[in-house]
Design a protein around this ligand. Sequence first.
Ligand code: FE2
Ligand code: FE2
Length: 168
Amino acid sequence: MLEPLERLKLAMAIYNQGDPKRLQHLLKVHSLARLLGQLEGLDGETLFLLETTALVHDIGARKAEALHGAAFRRYHEALGVQEVPSVLEPLGYTREQVERVQFIVGHHHQYGAIDSLAFQVLVEAVFMVNAYEKQLPLTAVANFRDRIFRTAEGRKLLNTMFGLKEKS
Ligand SMILES: [Fe+2]
Ligand SMILES: [Fe+2]
C-alpha cells in the first residue's frame, strides 16, 4: 500500500505521461521543498500540503500548451487551479486542503501573493530547480536570492548548491 504522497507521485506520472522532463521537474521541486520544509520546522499537516503543492505546482502546464501553444505563467497557473481537484479529490484530500493547494498553484509565480512560510518555501524550491534547469548565470541566481528569498535555510541551501558567497 503506497503512502498518500507516493500515490500522488504516481498520479502525476500518469498525468504527465510521455513527458518525463515535466515529471522529473516536479519530483526535484518536491524533494527540495520537503527538505526545506523540514529544516524550517513546518508541522506535519503544513508539510504534507507543501509536498502536495510541490508535486502539482505546474499541473496546468500541459493544458496550457495544448490550448495556448505555450505554458506561460498566467496560463499554467490558472489552468492548474482547474486541474488540481481532478487529481487530489480521488486521493481523498478534503475540500479545505484542495483549496489551499489551489491558491498556491494559482499564484506560484506571483511573489507578492506569498502569504505563508510554506508558500515561501515552495517558491524557493521552485527557483532552485529552475535556476539549474534554465542554466541561469550566477549573478541572476544571487540577485533573485537577495530579492525573493526569505528563509534562512533556503538561502543557505541555495548558496551551497550554486557555490555562492553570501555577498555575491
Ligand atoms: Fe515549476
Ligand atoms: Fe510554474
